[in-house]
Design a protein around this ligand. Structure first.
Ligand SMILES: Cc1cc2nc3c(=O)[nH]c(=O)nc-3n(C[C@H](O)[C@H](O)[C@H](O)COP(=O)(O)OP(=O)(O)OC[C@H]3O[C@@H](n4cnc5c(N)ncnc54)[C@H](O)[C@@H]3O)c2cc1C
Length: 425
């Protein structure tokens, strides 16, 4: 996007603000210090762009507890047999080497906001001038009666990467012909709004393509409607007949309880017994490190200033990705990566006097329904009335040609390669 005259005037205002507000905080230091917690699409992107665009005046430390990032995005394609698990793995070596980022391979135990320190699990304190938090989500293990963290091996969620994703595929492979998979979908707001429905499509695809055509997938949803519903549902019928059944709360009358030992799910309307497997995707909240820093209400997400991605509680802290309240933007890797670039621009402006422009955001979420049949939803967004508001949206239409759907899947695959390179190299 070419900046307009108005953008440049706004940018010069931001630089002036940086010169008067941000710079004194770091006078006397060799370099300003930015600590980033979380090496996913939000955090790793922010670390890269701050280190790259800070004119050599900002020292960036990335705190990440895992050696290898395992992406949830495209994990449904692994479950559907369209990708290997190895294709979801990303290391940090190239990123840290290319931009001189220090990697602290540890858990951030807590944030001392009053002293501007991140305290690592081993007790080390990392002082910061600006902190970027992108810790992703935590699951609410008490949101489905009868389910708990102890039950996640038996009734997996697959909403965090690693063992959980692999478990979903193992359980799917073990479903007998005629068996019933029950998926309990999460309430809003949650990570990846179309994700449960893409996953149900992948379940049906695997069952159908392995001859288990009498198996079925029942989605019990606490919501009255879901992302891309008007496109998913006719596609399910076309591709899978009656294999996928979606039931909203007016039909199932409430998800009353699950019994992991018996494989049972009780709703107000029906009891599902001897389920082949139950995929419980529970309610979600911001990752612990952000909540415990007092940046979110109990069990909630972090409010941000839509023009800067800074916490409304603490202007020295940016909160990105799934952990923040991003208005009309969904919780997606695309959104987190995009929000990170706004935060990086603001941080570089405040700490290094680099130019800043008005915040603009973009997102697209693709979902694979069947081989070579993908659909998408997305939009452009900008700050309006204190929130990130959609200014333009688009969505796939039911009945699109096979060629359009093939192209949409080609975009989806190309997007994964492009965003992975943008985040991790
Ligand atoms: C099944 C599924 C399918 C999806 N498909 C898509 C898709 O097609 N497109 C899309 O755009 N999005 C998709 N998503 C959503 C996407 O995965 C998330 O929105 C995205 O990962 C959010 O990025 P993030 O940086 O906020 O958090 P995360 O990716 O969760 O990264 C957080 C990182 O922080 C680290 N961390 C957390 N706490 C600490 C701590 N205290 N100390 C150190 N490190 C810490 C974690 O180890 C992790 O590496 C999907 C999600 C799921 C579950």
């Amino acid at each position: 996007m070419t900046p307009t005259r108005r953008d440049l005037v706004a940018a010069s205002g931001a630089v002036l603000a940086a010169a008067t507000l941000g710079m004194p905080a770091v006078l006397g230091q060799a370099k300003a210090r930015v600590v980033v917690v979380g090496g996913g699409p939000g955090g790793a992107t922010a670390a890269k762009y701050i280190a790259r665009d800070g004119g050599g005046r900002i020292a960036v430390t990335l705190v990440e507890e895992h050696e290898v990032y395992q992406s949830c995005f495209h994990s449904n394609l692994y479950i559907g047999g369209f990708k290997s698990y190895e294709q979801l793995l990303h290391r940090y070596d190239a990123l840290t080497a290319a931009y001189g980022i220090t990697l602290a391979r540890q858990r951030a135990a807590r944030i001392e906001r009053d002293r501007k320190n991140v305290v690592l699990a081993d007790g080390t304190r990392l002082p910061y001038d600006r902190l970027v938090l992108s810790p992703g989500i935590d699951l609410k293990y008490d949101s489905v009666p009868g389910w708990s963290q102890d039950a996640e091996e038996i009734m997996p969620h697959g909403w965090k990467p690693g063992r959980q994703t692999l478990l979903i595929r193992e359980k799917l492979d073990a479903v007998p012909d005629g068996g019933t998979i029950v998926m309990i979908a999460p309430p809003n707001p949650y990570r990846c709004p179309p994700g449960p429905y893409e996953r149900a499509s992948m379940f049906a695809h695997v069952l159908k393509s392995t001859g288990r055509t009498k198996a079925r997938v029942v989605i019990l949803d606490p919501k009255d409607s879901f992302s891309k519903q008007g496109v998913f549902m006719p596609d399910w019928e076309k591709r899978y007949g009656t294999m996928i059944e979606w039931l909203g709360p007016r039909v199932h009358d409430g998800i009353k309880s699950v019994d992991p030992a018996k494989g049972t799910v009780v709703t107000g309307f029906e009891t599902y017994e001897n389920c082949a497997f139950v995929n419980v995707i529970p309610a979600q909240m911001a990752g612990a490190v952000a909540r415990e820093a007092g940046l979110a209400p109990a069990g909630g997400y972090c409010a941000i200033d839509p023009a800067t991605m800074k916490s409304t509680v603490d202007p020295a802290v940016f909160v990105l990705g799934d952990a923040c309240i991003a208005g009309d933007m969904p919780k997606s890797a695309f959104s987190a990566n995009n929000q990170a670039k706004v935060a990086a621009m603001v941080a570089c402006s405040e700490l290094a006097g680099e130019p800043a422009f008005p915040a603009r955001y973009f997102n697209t979420c693709w979902s694979l329904v069947a081989p070579d049949d993908a659909i998408k939803v997305g939009g452009r967004y900008e700050p309006r009335d204190g929130r990130i508001a959609a200014t333009e949206t688009f969505i796939s239409q039911p009945g699109e040609s096979d060629e359009v759907r093939r192209q949409t899947q080609a975009e989806n695959l190309a997007w994964y390669e492009a965003i992975s390179a943008d985040i991790f190299t």
